[in-house]
Design a protein around this ligand. Structure first.
Ligand code: SAM
Length: 284
């Protein structure tokens, strides 16, 4: 894994496997964590209520979670937080501790303790940190396998979901309608999901899964982003796009187990069917 410097001076890694950086190089790693995840999910405001739960999709270097902790505790030093997430590469969490985290350095001790406190839960390895104010549990495993096995346990758990896989082009398995359905079951009714993608297949999949969908802020990486919540009303202009264009055809993975290649080719097939074979009837 190559270390790269991002626009705000913070360091991130580059994944050879996915051929993408772990964070936006143009926005800056920690800046993106704050601007695209913490702010849209209203972490500062919600922390004032005293209790806050985060579900972190793709823990990676842990920057999003760390920015969440910093934001929540700066807002309310008495807040109690619970963070649950998954990541299939334990190596990247360990590697992250070798990088400088700048102003966020003080949070490294939590990840260090978590890495020492390994458990086996529901067939998965987990890393854990427990204190009176902070509970952190990261499942080490393939995201879909994890969510299939834990979604009932975390029904309506999340005040915030940070959804941060690599891009849909290379990591489509975590951007499907079926995966978002599982996230829908673990979010509270007034919870907010933030993701950096503004792609219409992603937005339509969120909408089909029961989220209201809105335009998010523009910071680095892709120009815009997306926020979604069971409570939001989907913006009219987005709805029109979903219904009018085959470009919004979502990624599908009926049993949450198909390969990225199959998910991509299934979508291409669906678009072809809609455009060439059944131009009138919309197919989801
Ligand atoms: C863009 S990085 C996430 C960065 C992270 N949110 C942070 O703040 O440092 C995407 C992460 O998703 C993980 N990942 C990709 N596909 C996965 C899958 N199917 N299951 C579990 N983790 C996955 C990668 O190992 C990588 O760490």
């Amino acid at each position: 894994m190559k270390i790269v410097r991002t626009e705000d001076g913070s360091l991130t890694l580059f994944s050879e496997k996915f051929n993408e950086p772990y964070h936006s190089l143009t926005a800056g790693a920690f800046k993106e964590a704050v601007e695209k995840f913490c702010k849209p999910c209203k972490v500062e405001e919600k922390a004032k209520k005293g209790k806050l739960n985060l579900f972190d999709v793709c823990f990676g270097l842990g920057y999003n979670t760390v920015a969440f902790l910093e934001t929540a505790f700066s807002s309310n030093p008495k807040v109690k937080v619970s963070v649950v997430g998954f990541e299939f590469d334990l190596g990247v969490i360990e590697k992250s501790l070798e990088l400088s985290w700048g102003n966020y350095e003080k949070w490294k001790k939590i990840i260090r303790v978590a890495l020492k406190n390994k458990r086996c839960e529901n067939i998965f390895l987990t890393i854990n940190y427990f204190s009176p104010q902070i509970k952190l549990k990261i499942y080490i495993g393939e995201g879909r396998e994890v969510i299939k096995r834990i979604h009932r346990k975390y029904k309506q758990f999340a005040d915030a979901i940070f959804h941060d896989p690599f891009s849909p082009r290379v990591n489509p398995e975590l951007w499907t309608f079926e995966f978002f359905q599982k996230l829908r079951s673990i979010i509270k009714r007034d919870g907010i999901l933030a993701t950096y993608s503004a792609a219409s297949p992603v937005r339509k999949a969120l909408w089909m899964a029961g989220f209201g969908v809105k335009e998010g802020v523009a910071v680095g990486r892709k120009s815009r982003s997306t926020v979604a919540s069971p409570l939001f009303k989907t913006e009219e202009k987005l709805l029109e796009k979903f219904l009018a264009s085959t470009k919004s055809t979502p990624y599908r993975d009926p049993n949450l187990q198909d390969s990225p290649e199959l998910i991509m080719s299934r979508r291409r097939g669906c678009v072809w069917l809609q455009e060439k074979a059944l131009p009138i009837a919309p197919i989801y």
